[in-house]
Write a protein that binds this ligand. Structure first.
Ligand code: AP5
Length: 218
């Protein structure tokens, strides 16, 4: 299974990527998680990426493409992968296509999550994340047991710096300008499947499962 999860910030890509990766035992590759890890570790890449991320802008293509190329060589990818939040520009999509075609492992599907804007803003502003294990919660829709600590590892939950109102606005604008063109790009390649992401997590998962199960052994 080789799949891309596409969609605006907050549509539930990461939540569903975790569940699909566990269900089908494939690797989840989230460029957002990789970049946040680099920021936490204060690597040169992290230092370069931090200010763009805090403002809700995209990190330069060259940086992100390099990260994903490295990850795709991970032996864990042989069983399949879910790319969560990559590609986000046409240049990234073209570069991904070149890498996968050269390895004769083309994408099976691109899932386009659709959620109304008002719901997206509620989801992002109420999200709480674990800085240690990356688990994601929501103060209303998916609260942790204590509200303050991660259910998985006990670390104190935080609000992401880009989940503040001004950064959310910028991220939604950046999505429309730079990422939404990928809907047509992958539509033209007949790879796109739209999924209604506005229902409860379990309902969205069932719909996704139905679309992706045929690619399980591919
Ligand atoms: P990234 O981490 O990828 O952020 P994003 O795409 O903006 O996506 P999010 O993580 O905000 O949302 P999501 O769709 O995963 O939703 P989630 O499941 O968490 O990127 C962050 C930054 O890194 C970017 O702004 C950019 O700077 C940089 N970056 C990353 N990739 C890049 C790239 N390729 N190129 C350049 N720069 C890049 O859910 C959100 C909330 O909703 C959670 O609280 C969750 O519990 C809740 N929720 C989920 N599903 C449901 C549901 N069905 N019902 C109710 N609540 C739900």
């Amino acid at each position: 299974m080789r799949v891309v999860f596409l969609g605006a910030p907050g549509v539930g890509k990461g939540t569903q990527a975790d569940r699909i990766a566990a269900q089908f035992k494939v690797l989840k590759i989230s460029t957002g998680d990789l970049l946040r890890e680099a920021v936490r570790n204060k690597t040169a890449l992290g230092l370069e990426a931090k200010s763009s991320m805090d403002q809700g802008k995209l990190v330069p293509d060259s940086v992100v493409i390099g990260l994903v190329r490295d990850k795709l060589t991970d032996p864990g990818c042989a069983k399949g992968f879910i790319l969560d939040g990559f590609p986000r520009t046409v240049a990234q999509a073209e570069s991904l296509g070149q890498v996968l075609n050269a390895a004769k492992t083309p994408l099976n599907r691109v899932i386009n999550f659709q959620v109304p804007r008002a719901d997206i803003v509620k989801r992002l502003s109420g999200r709480r994340s674990c800085p240690k294990c990356q688990a994601t919660f929501h103060v209303d829709f998916a609260p942790s047991k204590t509200g303050a600590a991660c259910d998985r590892c006990g670390e104190a939950l935080v609000q992401r710096s880009d989940d503040k109102p001004e950064a959310i606005e910028t991220r939604l604008k950046v999505y429309e300008e730079q990422t939404a063109p990928l809907i047509r790009y992958y539509g033209n390649q007949r790879l796109l499947t739209d999924i209604d992401g506005s229902g409860p997590v379990d309902t969205v998962f069932e719909a996704l499962f139905g679309v992706l199960a045929p690619f399980h052994a591919v």
